[in-house]
Design a protein around this ligand. Structure first.
Ligand SMILES: *Cc1c(COP(=O)(O)O)cnc(C)c1O
Length: 463
């Protein structure tokens, strides 16, 4: 190259270059900052360092309203809970609590944070297969609903109750492991559920069985409907024993669309080993451009045939059962972006370069799950020479595996030091699941953006 690229540090104004292939779907509020006012993003990274997670908590409220309207349309008794493990942001948790939905907490600390935000413990459900005795005791003391993962856990809870001073009844769900998930370590099979129901029938002065629970991997609708069919027998069994289950909690797994479905299918069809620095296409991907968003998915699930010619929604209504859902990823859809500053671009072969960024793959962690984040980053750079490049993206650590993208991404403009790469829609398990202080780099910062009615933007720390 004989002309050196123009960099942010040297010249303003900056521009945001949308990628060509796997363009992120952007909420207009996010696009307003990232695409229309990229200099704001530059300022924020200047102030808070790289990587920087920018969170829009109000978008969580919109996602809540969207799901609520589907549930209302089906005239269902329902409970919506925020699976708080999806993101460590307190601002997001606060919005969920203030919007009046419940919280699914799977650790003492998640529970504590939710209660500190003012969550009414009536709307708290504690889940997880290996709750410590402290977590159990504290859940009992707060009057949380406890999802019991095993007959062993039920025995521990009985023990805990004999020790506790509480005279209120402890509220339980039984976590079910459907036939199709028989190799999973979560929940109880049909035998375990039957055993627990018989036990609970004798313990009604201490426990209230509120219902049944499951949470399945994958994003399929039919496995979840099948799990309700299997549970329908246990609902009858419980009622015959004098118990009164009132809710079926189907967990999370509602899908999120990150990129346009056609772009995604075209990419999946055309990709090959040549598109990866490893020479190999990963075996599995999140369905980044799946056909259904969370609302359509929920609508389809509720309309699906369940038992005796009834849809899921009519079955639940006929049995006076409420539906509980605990979405994580889909409630934080669009709620954050992660910004990395480019440190250096190094040419490796005639065809490929590696972009080093300030930050690590612990802050964009799909590669640690042997997969890839199939959403191209937006490049914020100074207006300058447009020299295209095909590059993969590496973190700043000395770990060979510290790779943010094994996939070779095509840029119209070669990024240069000081430019920013913005990964969109990272709130769901991407941005902070594995973050740490490796190499003693400080923890990445998180800031929350709120936009008032007149368009005034306020930015506050959210660490
Ligand atoms: C992780 C988890 C969820 C949330 O799952 P998403 O796929 O993020 O919607 C809900 N319930 C339980 C029990 C979980 O473990």
């Amino acid at each position: 190259m004989n002309s050196s690229p123009v960099c942010i540090a040297d010249s303003l104004p900056v521009r945001a270059g949308l990628p060509k292939k796997l363009k992120p779907i952007l909420n207009p509020v996010v696009a307003e900052m990232v695409c229309a006012s990229p200099h704001l993003v530059v300022d924020l990274v200047e102030q808070h360092g790289s990587p920087l997670n920018i969170v829009w908590p109000d978008l969580l409220r919109q996602n809540i309203e969207t799901l609520r309207s589907v549930l209302r349309r089906h005239k269902l008794l329902h409970e919506l809970l925020y699976a708080v493990k999806v993101n460590k942001s307190k601002a997001l948790l606060r919005i969920a609590v203030h919007a009046g939905i419940g919280v699914d907490a799977s650790s003492f600390y998640e529970m504590h944070d939710a209660l500190s935000e003012g969550l009414n413990p009536v709307r708290l459900c504690v889940t997880g297969p290996a709750k410590s005795s402290e977590f159990q005791a504290s859940s009992i003391a707060h009057g949380a609903r406890i999802s019991v993962d095993s007959i062993e856990e039920l025995a521990d809870l009985e023990q805990a109750l004999t020790r506790s001073e509480e005279d209120t009844k402890t509220r339980l769900l039984l976590r079910f492991r459907p036939t199709a998930s028989r190799t999973s370590r979560f929940g109880m099979n049909a035998e375990g559920v039957t055993w627990s129901l018989r036990r609970l029938a004798h313990l009604q002065e201490r426990f209230t069985l509120e219902g049944f629970h499951y949470h399945l991997g994958g994003y399929g609708i039919e496995p979840r409907v099948q799990a309700i069919r299997e549970l329908s027998h246990h609902v009858l069994e419980a009622r015959a024993l004098g118990l009164d289950p009132k809710v079926i909690d189907i967990g999370g797994g509602l899908p999120v669309r990150y990129v346009d479905g056609d772009d995604y299918e075209a990419f999946m069809r055309e990709q090959s080993g040549d598109d990866y620095r490893t020479g190999r296409v990963p075996e599995s991907f999140y369905p980044y451009g799946g056909g259904l968003g969370a609302a359509e998915w929920l609508d389809e699930l509720l309309a699906a045939p369940c038992t005796d010619g009834l849809s899921v929604a009519s079955y639940l209504n006929q049995m006076y059962l409420a539906l509980a859902i605990e979405p994580g990823r889909s409630l934080v859809d669009q709620c954050a972006v992660s910004v990395f500053k480019v440190t250096r671009v190094k040419r490796l072969t005639d065809q490929t370069s590696v972009i080093f960024v300030e930050g690590s793959s612990f802050s964009a962690c799909e590669t640690w799950f042997r997969s890839e984040f199939l959403v191209d980053p937006i490049l914020i750079s100074a207006a300058g020479h447009d020299v295209p490049v095909r590059a993969w993206i590496a973190g700043h650590s000395c770990l060979d595996d510290d790779v943010i993208s094994n996939r070779l991404i095509e840029f119209d403009t070669t990024p240069c030091a000081g430019d920013l790469l913005v990964f969109a829609n990272t709130a769901g398990y991407q941005m902070d699941l594995l973050e740490n202080e490796f190499h003693r780099h400080p923890m990445p910062r998180r800031v929350a953006v709120t936009v008032d009615g007149s368009g005034l933007v306020t930015i506050s720390p959210d660490d």
